[in-house]
Ligand binder design. Structure first.
Ligand code: 5RP
Length: 222
């Protein structure tokens, strides 16, 4: 059974006629977008707001009309996205796909934020997955030192030996912490470092989680 497919497609059921939908990034929401494309062909009306260039392309392939994250829209009805880690209080680490800034902006604007997370994503405490932090390229080595001051090992994300660039033209440090004990304080404090754009901690933002239990039944928790 493809867990990501089952929960990704389930999430599409939360989209009702006429909604503006924040479309997340990654291999789970891939299935939501594909399902929405099918529903659209069957007559559902919706508009998407993409969290990345990758998602924008995928949505276009499925014929999903897109609107910008701009004055074109007043609100987003629902945002649907994956996660890299989910703790017992539904705080998240996101940004494995490098889209954390736009993902957070769009999820914060949405009236409801639905997270689709397969069973491998659930942890007692956050921090097994290195925390992605997006930084401006200017002075990034200095920013690395400031990040390390928080007790983590920041590793510059690279692709073919050159820094990975986000859709915003920035770099990402993947920061390995021994354990993240206070996600809210860490989210706030990391963002106070000059040069940091945002980090992948999503604290107290989630409204609904869709996952599967050990018997492979879909679990929807609000
Ligand atoms: C991208 C993200 C993704 O939501 C996260 O990496 C989960 O991805 P996947 O659904 O492929 O496991 O934060 O920036």
């Amino acid at each position: 059974m493809n867990e990501k497919r089952v929960i990704g497609e389930k999430a599409a059921e939360f989209v009702k006629d006429g909604m503006i939908v924040g479309l997340g990034t990654g291999s789970t929401v891939f299935y939501t977008i594909a399902k929405l494309g099918q529903l659209l062909r069957d007559g559902l009306s919706l508009k998407g707001v993409a969290t990345s260039v990758q998602t924008e392309k995928l949505a276009r392939q499925w014929g999903i009309p897109l609107v910008g994250y701009s004055s074109e829209i007043d609100e987003i009805d629902v945002a649907i996205d994956g996660a890299d880690e989910v703790d017992s209080e539904w705080n998240l680490i996101k940004g494995g796909g490098g889209a954390l800034v736009r993902e957070k902006m769009i999820a914060k604007t949405a009236k409801a934020f639905i997270v689709i997370a397969d069973s491998s994503k659930f942890v007692g405490k956050l921090g097994n997955f290195p925390l992605p932090v997006e930084v401006v390229p200017f002075g990034y080595e200095m920013t690395r030192k400031h990040l390390a001051g928080f007790g983590c090992e920041p590793k510059l994300r690279e692709i073919y030996d050159t820094p990975f660039k986000t859709d915003n033209g920035n770099y990402i440090f993947d920061c390995s912490f021994p354990e993240i004990l206070e996600p809210a304080a860490l989210e706030r404090d990391l963002n106070l470092i000059p040069g940091v754009v945002d980090n992948g901690l999503f604290v107290k933002m989630v409204d609904t989680i869709i996952t599967l239990d050990s018997n492979r039944n879909i679990i929807i928790t609000r």
